[in-house]
Design a protein around this ligand. Structure first.
Ligand code: IPE
Ligand code: IPE
Ligand code: MG
Length: 264
């Protein structure tokens, strides 16, 4: 399927829960970067007596909806945790299904990304990603690298600790002067170089943990956990997360609420 993501008009029907949530959003204070730990596919399938892989298939539909909703809202960066360094511990057929679904997603959605001015960026250890998927990812990244509307960051074979170690190694190789090392310099060696820290981190399926996701970057991120399982995640859940986020006071260690860290 191919279509243009226009504005919210026509996407949100008047008189619905979604419309009421949109009314509550202050579009001048949107989170610039929303990150999502997409969790609960296995439980969703279990509840329906289906194999776990069916949960992952259903989850890819939620990915499409989250990308579209975020782009229409005007979010600049959407990071999706799709495969962790630790997910290799899962049964081989589940692992294969996950990578297969990603290839299918890229084949079906690359045109949607291109036509809607969306950029794809991968973070994580690329060398461990199956070759055919890696090649497809590189193709879509190249195809979309000049797009500006929103960046979709896919965390694949990603682990926060491994990312930090990799960054330290690169930094030590290039910079020997200890006094040059500070937070900004270090952040430039992370996979997320150039991407602002997430303002809002959503985790589905009710788990209250980071599971090795964006450990450095989420130092002052607002966390929002929902019991909704990822295959059931819809635009209204994203809207609710943003409404709740905007009600929070972000203080960054001070006493007064601040809009953005840089403005202190
Ligand atoms: C998230 O759902 C998908 C990935 C981790 C790739 P899970 O597969 O972890 O689902 P649960 O946590 O077992 O329900
Ligand atoms: C986190 O979910 C990883 C992804 C969503 C890709 P997991 O299901 O792997 O995390 P744990 O094992 O419950 O911490
Ligand atoms: Mg899980």
């Amino acid at each position: 399927m191919f279509f243009m993501f226009d504005t919210l008009e026509g996407y949100i029907q008047p008189g619905t829960v979604e419309a009421e949530l949109v009314r509550q959003i202050d579009f001048s204070r949107l989170p610039a970067h929303v990150a999502i730990i997409m969790d609960g596919n296995g439980r969703w399938a279990n509840q329906r007596n289906l194999p776990r892989t069916e949960g992952h298939k259903a989850g890819s539909e939620s990915v499409k909806e989250a990308v579209e909703a975020a782009a229409r809202l005007g979010i600049k960066y959407l990071t999706l945790y799709a495969f962790s360094r630790e997910n290799w511990k899962r049964p081989e057929d589940e692992v294969n299904t996950l990578w297969g679904l990603l290839r299918k997603y890229l084949a079906e959605e690359s045109r949607v990304l291109v036509e809607n001015d969306l950029r794809l960026k991968v973070i994580g250890e690329r060398s461990g990603i199956p070759y055919l998927v890696r090649r497809e990812l590189a193709r879509v990244e190249r195809q979309t690298c000049h797009n500006r509307r929103m960046t979709v960051v896919l965390a694949l074979n990603y682990g926060g600790r491994q990312e930090i170690i990799k960054a330290i190694k690169k930094m030590v190789r290039r910079k020997s002067r200890l006094d040059e090392i500070d937070e900004d310099l270090f952040a430039r060696y992370l996979d997320t170089a150039g991407i602002p820290d997430p303002d809002l981190l959503i985790r589905t399926s009710g788990e209250m943990r980071l599971s090795n996701f964006l450990l450095w970057q989420s130092a002052y991120t607002e966390l929002w956990v929902t019991p909704v399982l990822w295959p059931d995640f819809r635009k209204k859940d994203l809207l609710q997360a943003i409404v709740d986020y905007q009600r929070r006071e972000r203080r960054f260690g001070g006493v007064e609420p601040v809009q953005k860290k840089g403005r202190q």
